[in-house]
Structure formats: C-alpha cells, structure tokens
Design a binder for this molecule. Structure first.
Ligand code: X8Z
Ligand code: ZN
Length: 595
C-alpha cells in the first residue's frame, strides 16, 4: 500500500512543477523547428501563387498560411507558461519574436482562422490581378498605367490612368474591414490591445515611444520636404497652368509622375533647374547601352560582389521572375524571397529598363544578401535588426550609384563637375525626400483603422486627410466613400507594414555616411561611392550577420557607431540643395493649407 502511494506521488508531481529556464529553452527549440518547416511550406506556396495567380495556387497559399498562423498562435499560448521566468536576454527575445511572427495573427476559433487566411489571399490576389478596363477588350495593368504616369505630360491621360487604377479597389472595402476585425481578434488573443499595438512592438521600445520617434524624425525632415514641395508646385503650375493650381496650395497627385505621389523622380525633366542641361539621363543611358532585364540584375549583383559578398547562387538565376509573363496572372510588385533559409534566394519583379527599376533591383538584392548573411542564426533571429534595416540595405548600396561609379562601369563617358551638384541632388531628393511623408502616412492610416479611431465609413476620408496634411497633395478628382483608395496601394491589400520604409529612408543615409567615412571619402557626401571597397562591405556584412539577435541600436552601432534613428545624415546629404531651394522659393509661399 505504502509503496503504491509512493509510486503515485512520484508519478504525479512532475507536471505540477514550475517550469525552468531549461524547459523554456527546450520549448523554444521545438517551436523554432516546427515553424521553420511550416514557414518553408508557406513560402513555396506563396511563391507559387505570386508567380501564377489562380484558384489552385490561391488555395495552396491560403492553406499554408493558415497552418503557419494557427501553429504560431498555439505556440504563443503555450509560451505563456514561461512568462514569469527570468529568461536570458536572447531567449526572451525569441519569445517576443514568436508573438510577433504573424503580422495578422490567427484568432482562437479555427473557423475565423480560415476566414482570415482566405480574406488575406483574396485581397492580395485581387490587387495582383487588378486591371483598369476602359472598354472590356482594352484592359490595362498597373505597369501600363505607371508608364503613363511616368511619361505622359497630358493631364487628361494622367488623370485617366490615375483614376483608372483606383477602380480595382472598391470591392476590397468590406473585405478589408473584416480583415481588420479578424486580425484584431488574433492580436488581442495574444495579449495586444490590437494589431496596431502588435505592429509597433518590435522596436525595442514601447509602441508609444515608437510612434513618437517617427514623428520626431519627420519633424526634422519637414522643412526640407516643404521647400521641395513649394519648388515642385511652382514648376508644375508653369507647366500645367490651371490643372496644377489649387487655392490651398496642394499638388494634384496625378501630376507627380507616380501613382501614389510617393516619389517625384519621374518628373525631373519638368522641374530641373531651368538653365541647366542635365549631364545624363540614366534611363536613356541604360537603353542606349542595350541593357536588358538580366544585365540590370547582373550589374546590381556585381556591386555587392565588389564589396566582398559571395555571388548569388545559380538557382537565383533559374528560379527568379524578372519580367511579366504573358500567359498568366502574377503579382508584379517587386519582392525578394528566401524560400529555403539562405539557400534558395529569388526576386520577383516585372523589370522595365529605366532608372527607377535600376534602383529597385539594388533594393531587392539587398534583401537577398541580407537573408544569406544571417542564414546561420537560429530561426527567430533570421531577420534584420528591425524591419527598417532590411528595407535600408539595398538602398544603401544604390546611394553609391554615383556618376563616378556609372563611368567606372561604362554607362556614362564624363562625370559632371561640381556645377552638376544641384541637378544630381534635386534628382535624388525627388526620390528620397518626396517619399518621407508617404512613408509615414500608410501606417498612420492603418494604425487608426486597427485601433478603431477611423471607422469603416470614413476609410477614404481618413486616407485623404493624411495625404493632404503630410504630403500636401490632393486627389486627381473628387473621391467619396464609394472609393477605397488605400486599397490601390500594394501594401494595404498585401498586409505589409509600411513604417519600415520610412525608417529605411533615414537609416540608409546613416549607413551611407558611416561607410563613406570608412572609405575615406572627402568632398560632398553625395559624390561618395564605395564600389569595390571590401572594408566597407565587411562593416555592413558584420552587422547583417547579426540578424535580429540583438536589439537594433546594437546593430546600428556595429555599422555606424550610432545608436539612434537620426535624420542629420539625410539632411547633411541634401544641405546644398536645401540652400538652393530656399533661394528659389524666396518671396514665394511655402507650405499648404492642411485643414
Ligand atoms: O515595396 C517596396 C519594395 C519591395 S520591399 C519594392 N518599396 C516601397 C514601395 O514600393 O512602396 C520600396 C520603397 C517603398
Ligand atoms: Zn523591400
């Protein structure tokens, strides 16, 4: 009897014992293994869908997404057992990563989980297949319409393309509303207030501090954006007259050369300094030198290898999608993929031979080289220090695509002298400075949707209020709540957080400034290219190899010696342009009426 009791006592207590750090470690090892397998399945299925959208690939992608999200939510619940333990810092970091691994987490009920995965796939594929059909037999894809925005100077044609693209998104509105509800259910189930709270929890500071950091950086940038805006507005009024005039000083979005007014680089010809003759036009040079899509990507790769990075694997060239296929629907928005942990890297892009895509290729390759650099990290540390770092990497390289570099690779014959500085800086500002307010508002809009501050009946109104306030732009024609204009920007239906691009725009100048210092560059910052500099490459590569294993200020410090998001680097880069713009804007109104 006594032995039986003893045996029972010995058998029972093990599950009641408090978990130890060792248990937490064992749990995490298992979680990483399970999610790595499911993540790989989901990556293959998503690739299959993005490069061939049809009923079957949608089904596969939705199913794999559901399996990953449901398992991640289940593991995050199990993880609560270890919450009270004092865990070593890197293990604690993995527990947080587990909670953040899905940007729209699965709600507890399997029926809701499936609905969420289905709605996500529906939104993404609707965007990918989206076409503007002025007549049923004449449909235009986004790339066709972007060509119009980029090249046409006829306000009617511009407006038609601009509003035509926005005919794809009204059906998304009820789906997006449901998506936000389901995603909030999942976020709350993990202990977050809502999905906005979850999205802002991955920056080694509180969500409130994160929002304040973005606002702080934006305020640093604002005078420069306003100066650029005032100058561009005046030149557009000169060109388009009444079509560009607005009593409040807002610029009509369809005249900016970009579908969302997120970059003004395509209207450089309209706003270039009046007397100057631009030294070269990169688009024209690429075409004249007979660059094709492959050569554009090879040239990008060569920049990275010049810094000491290994060549891309042979499978990159076999499996990437570089052009729009004729025979099937695809998601053309550029992206970079790490399908099998650093081994199977790919990009997916519908490349056009122009300067904009030349930069985007460097951007995408930056993702791939980053992915390979951290492949030896454990599953939850295979990421960048924060998501802004991933977006910044390739752009940091593209900033080194200077005239000096273009001459080295034979794309131009002569390097413009210092008299070309303002042209060059203006060109870059149309890309980088014009982007800043847009980089901020996409998630400001979504955070307000997720918190409930913006009600579904005000989705469109809230969007345009932000565009007006931050970008100083206005819609091409009157918009109502029958429209759903946020849905006409990829990252909304594809559920990709956007604050990362705002961060990236600032970080890339911090990286660039630091690498130029290592390179020993003297003279104006914007003339620096570290092409071929292995020391600069190592400095960047060492940070990339850290993955997300350390808080981001540590990673930033490793590459730059700095620990803060700091707009002084971008301001320093553009300082000569700011002085020039202020001169041009003398006696003119700067700014616009926001309310
Ligand atoms: O989406 C992208 C990349 C893929 S990560 C092409 N970008 C943002 C956009 O296109 O809106 C790069 C810059 C901003
Ligand atoms: Zn990117």
């Amino acid at each position: 009897m006594i032995t039986l009791l003893l045996a029972l006592l010995l058998a029972v207590p093990s599950h009641a014992a408090a978990p130890t750090v060792k248990d937490a470690q064992a749990f995490m090892d298992r979680a990483e293994g399970v999610l790595e397998t499911l993540g790989r399945r989901s990556a293959f299925a998503s690739w299959a869908m993005a490069t061939n959208i049809n009923y079957s690939t949608e089904w596969l992608a939705g199913d794999a997404d559901n399996a990953y999200s449901a398992e991640a939510a289940k593991l995050a619940h199990e993880a609560r057992k270890y919450e009270k333990l004092k865990l070593p810092a890197d293990l604690a970091r993995k527990f947080l990563a587990l909670k953040l691994t899905v940007t729209s987490p699965a709600p507890p009920d399997p029926k809701d989980q499936k609905e969420l995965s289905d709605v996500k796939v529906w939104l993404e594929s609707t965007y990918g297949k989206g076409k503007y059909c002025p007549t049923p037999d004449k449909c235009k894809t986004l790339d066709d319409l972007e060509d119009v925005l980029r090249s046409s100077r006829d306000p009617k044609a511009l407006l038609d393309a601009w509003q035509g693209w926005r005919t794809i998104s009204p059906p998304m509105r009820p789906k997006y509303q449901r998506f936000a509800e389901l995603s909030n259910m999942g976020s709350r189930d993990l202990g977050f207030k809502d999905t906005a709270d979850l999205w802002r929890s991955g920056y080694d500071m509180t969500p409130e501090q994160f929002s304040a950091e973005l606002d702080r950086a934006y305020i640093q940038m604002k005078p420069l954006y306003e100066a650029l805006h005032a100058y561009v507005r005046r030149r557009l009024i000169e060109k388009y007259g009444p079509d560009a005039l607005d009593a409040d000083g807002l610029i009509p979005e369809h005249l900016t050369g970009n579908m969302w007014g997120q970059s003004f680089e395509n209207i450089y010809d309209l706003v270039a300094p009046p007397k100057s003759k631009p030294a070269f036009d990169l688009t024209e040079r690429l075409k004249a030198a007979k660059y094709d899509e492959l050569k554009m990507v090879k040239t990008g790769e060569a920049f990275f290898t010049s810094l000491g990075f290994e060549k891309l694997p042979a499978t990159f060239w076999e499996r990437s999608m570089l052009t729009r296929p004729r025979d099937r629907e695809v998601q053309c928005h550029a992206s970079a993929w790490d399908v099998e942990n650093g081994q199977d890297l790919r990009i997916k892009m519908c490349i056009k031979i122009n300067a904009e895509d030349f930069v985007t290729i460097h951007h995408e390759l930056g993702h791939n080289f980053y992915q390979r650099a951290y492949e030896k990290q454990p599953y939850f540390f295979r990421g960048s220090a924060n998501d802004g770092f991933h977006e910044a990497l390739g752009d940091t390289i593209a900033l080194s695509v200077t005239p000096e570099y273009l001459k080295t690779i034979g794309l131009i014959d002569t390097v413009p002298g210092p008299e070309g500085d303002i042209d060059l800086l203006l060109n870059k500002a149309l890309e980088k400075i014009a982007f800043m307010p847009f980089g901020l508002i996409v998630d400001k809009w979504r955070w307000d949707v997720f918190t409930g501050k913006t009600k579904p009946e005000d989705y469109n109104k809230a969007w345009w209020a932000l565009v007006r306030k931050y970008q100083g732009l206005k819609p091409g024609n009157e918009r109502t709540e029958n429209d759903f204009d946020p849905g006409a920007k990829y990252h909304i239906p594809a559920n990709t957080p956007y604050a990362r691009y705002f961060l990236a725009n600032i970080y890339q100048f911090q990286f660039y400034r630091a690498l130029c210092k290592t390179h020993g560059h003297t003279g104006p910052l914007h003339r620096c290219s570290y092409y071929g500099d292995k020391a600069a490459g190592k400095q960047l590569g060492d940070m990339m190899a850290m993955g997300s294993s350390r808080p981001w200020p540590d990673a930033l410090e490793a590459a730059t010696g700095e620990r803060q998001l700091d707009a002084t680097a971008i301001l320093e880069y553009f300082a000569p342009l700011k002085a020039w713009l202020d001169e041009q804007n003398k006696g003119q109104t700067v700014g616009w009426k926001a309310e």
